[in-house]
Design a protein around this ligand. Structure first.
Ligand SMILES: *Cc1c(COP(=O)(O)O)cnc(C)c1O
Length: 400
């Protein structure tokens, strides 16, 4: 993958040879995230998107504390989805005023923690309003709330749809006026709306359409809000290319569309800041998963590289994290760059045929001890994988 340079036979992560990084980590498997690529991605986004647009990091994509701390410095806010993530975000130095908390099934103690921390809660049900009112009274602090709306449209062409139709996320737009009335009656501090329609989208026109419709929806609802809209979170869903034939997302039209929306907001919702929240797009391409070849064997003509890690650390490379059909991620042998190729399958150490890292791919010829590298692995890696399955050692994560 062209975001990583090569020197001799070695892939470089932020300028350092992979074998040297493996030596300093001390054990395989590990994830390595390249901080210069995080910086570059944020700079590209800032250049393409209008000034004043708030950029948030949805930390569920990669909750590694060092990554969250880096992103907290680079971006305008952090979006958390549990009290556990809230702790990591606050530890990382995120400004509580710029932290928002979304997710279905927020437990009563988590909502109390959120009020105590002073973060914005993206409310997803009427029940949360009652719990927040009690928490605010108990603590003598305001409960800052935004309403997450389940819109009446979808993000077309998304890998995962998280809005439109019946959903466990947010409040259906039809029910929003009643929930806003209840918010007013309970004396909660309304700050805005949150819309998140879907994930992993590579079609700029679909993203623009969803953002446009989200804006219109919020504008329609703005007449009924207890206080003016201060935050309007239009979601994200920006995808990254994983498979042959997929193109990098063109930010041009998205930036132009957001600039137009921001211009309208200046007139129509003068107190509102527009926010987008991104996870995968910020971190996905900056990370690799590295696992060592433990065994190499041939079964009925097919060569297998058996590695020391697999779906226990990286469920999505095995095709079992929301994919319909399994396709190979980009893979290489990190210490055999430019070497002669060989057709192999790379598998993990688990006793299940699902534990597949690369299915019949032409990779540089590898030996036992070599380092298999899975690209596009900075998002939904370790924290999205069944680490305890089969009892192998945990994976290490480093920011390089
Ligand atoms: C998962 C999630 C995100 C991040 O999605 P990506 O596809 O990783 O950008 C953002 N917002 C909400 C509410 C989410 O649930």
């Amino acid at each position: 993958m062209d975001q990583f340079a090569v020197a001799g036979s070695e892939l470089l992560i932020n300028g350092q040879p992979l074998s040297r990084i493996a030596a300093r980590v001390g054990s395989t498997p590990f994830y390595a995230v390249d901080r210069s690529l995080l910086d570059r991605r944020v700079a590209e986004l800032r250049a393409a998107l209008p000034q004043g647009l708030k950029l948030h990091y949805a930390m569920k994509a990669n909750p590694m504390p060092a990554v969250v701390a880096h992103m907290a410095r680079l971006l305008d806010g952090i979006d958390v989805a549990s009290a556990g993530e809230l702790k990591v975000a606050l530890d990382a130095g995120a400004d509580p005023h710029e932290v928002s908390f979304a997710g279905p099934g927020k437990r009563d103690p988590e909502l109390l923690q959120a009020v105590a921390a002073g973060v914005l809660v993206n409310v997803e049900s009427a029940r949360e309003l009652a719990v927040l009112q009690r928490a605010a009274e108990q603590l003598g602090l305001p409960a800052r709330v935004a309403l997450r709306v389940n819109p009446d449209f979808e993000l077309k062409g998304s890998g995962m749809k998280m809005g439109g139709g019946p959903k466990q996320f947010g409040v259906d737009v039809e029910q929003v006026p009643a929930v806003l009335d209840e918010m007013r009656a309970r004396g909660l501090q309304f700050e805005g709306f949150h819309l998140f329609a879907g994930s992993q989208n590579l079609k700029p026109e679909s993203i623009c359409e969803a953002q446009q419709k989200s804006y219109e929806l919020a504008l329609r609802l703005s007449a009924q809000t207890p206080q003016p809209i201060r935050f309007l979170n239009l979601g994200g869903g920006f995808g990254i290319p994983y498979f042959p034939g997929e193109q990098r997302l063109d930010l041009g039209p998205i930036g132009a569309n957001l600039a137009a929306l921001q211009e309208r907001a200046r007139r129509e919702l003068p107190e509102a800041e527009l926010v987008i929240e991104l996870g995968r797009y910020l971190v996905g391409e900056a990370g690799v998963y590295v696992t060592r070849v433990v065994d190499k064997k041939v079964s009925r003509g097919q060569t297998y590289l058996v590695c020391d890690g697999g779906l226990n650390h990286h469920l999505s490379v095995s095709g079992n994290f929301g994919q319909v059909i399994r396709k190979n991620y980009p893979v290489t042998i990190g210490n055999r760059q430019g070497g002669p190729a060989e057709l192999v399958s790379a598998v993990g150490p688990l006793c299940t045929p699902l534990d597949l890292l690369a299915d019949k791919m032409a990779l540089p010829q590898a030996e036992i001890g070599d380092l298999v590298v899975i690209f596009q692995s900075g998002a939904y890696g370790a924290s999205a994988s069944p680490a305890a399955f089969l009892g192998h050692p945990a994976v290490t994560e480093v920011l390089v």
